[in-house]
Design a protein around this ligand. Structure first.
Ligand SMILES: O=C(O)CCC(=O)C(=O)O
Length: 277
């Protein structure tokens, strides 16, 4: 299993990330990581541990076929996730793109859309969900299966991380705990073709990853394929400028860290250091 990215992260990658708020990096994780984490994700699908935080989106929305399942903070109860978050290339990728000397793990999330899952991933930004603020926060979304427009490839709007917008968080299962007075995120899919919106999306192979800024607007359609799943792990990291910003309608953090508002979240138990130069 590789510790360092299999391919170089270039100046052009960093420039694309800064300009667009997202970049696709090819072939970063080896086949051993993909096989190990595919097995690990399979275990999470029906795991019954008190720490499991599973959202069965399809069930919550009354879907008739397929299954859209989200699990969060898996590393607290699964060692494969712990190793992936802390010893795979993911934290180094995060550090290089943020230009950070060291990064801490914020959280991991698993997104699985089984074949014939109509439920989409609504357009959203990530930061409104999180009790954090700062520039040095990002997500590494690693494809464990091939991904294309038919099986729920993510779509982004280039440059939206610089719009100065902070849309209301809206979880895919419409959990009312996330109600807020913030402006709702529009359905950008309806604006396709309008001037001013540059949609970015990539066909991906297992081991490729997307890296996105927490304010970049993104979403995805359902998985329309009859046999192929769409499976990904999205691990979030932060660097030195991140600040704790507890607000209403943000996610509950497993481990319940006690951090003063405005402080750097230096809690080694909940947010361990994942990479240092
Ligand atoms: O995979 C998905 O459908 C959603 C992923 C996402 O929104 C994220 O990683 O921030």
């Amino acid at each position: 299993m590789n510790r360092q990215p299999l391919n170089p992260i270039t100046e052009a990658d960093i420039a694309a990330f800064e300009r667009d708020g997202v970049v696709c990096l090819r072939g970063m994780f080896d086949a051993d990581w993909i096989a190990r984490m595919t097995r690990a994700v399979d275990r999470t699908m029906d795991a019954d541990t008190p720490l499991a935080r599973r959202r069965e989106v399809t069930k919550a929305l009354g879907g008739k076929s397929g299954r859209f399942v989200i699990n969060t903070f898996v590393w607290f109860w699964d060692d494969d996730f712990r190793d992936f978050n802390l010893t795979s290339p993911a934290p180094e990728i995060a550090a290089r793109l943020m230009g950070a000397d060291s990064v801490r793990l914020f959280c991991d999330q698993v997104f699985v859309k089984e074949p014939h899952t109509a439920e989409k991933t609504d357009w959203h930004q990530d930061l409104p969900f999180w009790p954090m603020r700062g520039e040095q926060i990002l997500s590494v979304w690693v494809a464990l299966t091939p991904v294309n427009a038919e099986n729920s490839a993510l779509e982004y709007i280039a440059g939206s991380h610089r719009w100065g917008k902070f849309y209301a968080a809206a979880v895919p299962d419409k959990d009312p705990n996330f109600k807020s007075d913030l402006e709702p995120c529009p359905d950008f899919g309806a604006m396709r073709g309008q001037p001013g919106y540059n949609f970015l999306s990539w066909e991906m192979e297992p081991g490729d990853c997307l890296v996105h800024h927490p304010l970049t607007v993104h979403g995805a359609a359902g998985n329309f394929l009859p046999t192929r799943r769409r499976m990904a792990i999205s691990t979030r990291y932060f660097g030195a400028d991140a600040r704790w910003d507890p607000r209403p309608a943000t996610i509950k953090i497993t481990g319940d860290p006690q951090i003063a508002p405005g402080a750097y979240p230096a809690d080694d138990r909940v947010f361990p250091v994942a990479w240092t130069a």
